[in-house]
Design a protein around this ligand. Structure first.
Ligand SMILES: Cc1cc2nc3c(=O)[nH]c(=O)nc-3n(C[C@H](O)[C@H](O)[C@H](O)COP(=O)(O)O)c2cc1C
Length: 147
């Protein structure tokens, strides 16, 4: 079965998830926004938090939305302001996930994002895993075994 992990990562938590899933046989597709968050931590929280709050979709650099070659697609996003990150809003908007075995991996500071989970559940009937800062807490990666 062909499996793909599409994800965004600003500070590396998504990358460690990707590394782990790659070892489990997933191909990787990391999305790159045209404009990244500001370098300053505080400014990045304000800007990213505000934009995620209004459901903004980032422009992406050369995103390939064709997933027709895959049976299973996992989508990974950091939680921003309790919501899906802006680059992944674009992925969800542009990718036809019909008929795919689908799951989400959310990584966040608190490890729980009820607003994001509720919104995703309304649209997609699938498994949603929530990880608390897997870079700092590698045990969290064991949850990926549920996929
Ligand atoms: C703009 C912004 C907003 C964030 N908002 C939240 C939040 O609402 N709740 C939370 O638990 N963590 C929040 N975080 C922390 C990230 O979700 C967390 O560090 C995540 O693991 C980052 O993934 P990454 O390293 O792959 O970018 C926020 C981080 C940023 C940059």
């Amino acid at each position: 079965m062909s499996r793909l992990f599409i994800y965004y990562s600003h500070t590396g938590n998504g990358d460690i998830v990707a590394e782990t899933l790659s070892k489990q046989g997933y191909e990787l597709r990391k999305v790159i926004p045209k404009r990244d968050l500001p370098k300053s931590f505080v400014a990045s929280i304000f800007k990213g938090g505000f934009l995620a709050g209004i459901g903004h979709k980032s422009k992406l650099v050369g995103y390939d939305s064709d997933v027709s070659a895959y049976d299973e697609v996992i989508i990974g996003t950091p939680v921003w302001n309790g919501k899906v990150s802006c680059p992944v809003n674009t992925v969800l908007d542009e990718t036809d996930l019909t008929g795919k075995k689908l799951a989400f991996v959310l990584y966040s500071g608190g490890g729980s994002a009820p607003k994001a989970v509720k919104k995703l559940k309304e649209k997609y009937n699938c498994l949603i895993l929530e990880l608390r800062e897997p870079l700092k807490n590698p045990d969290e990666l064991n949850k990926l075994g549920q996929l």
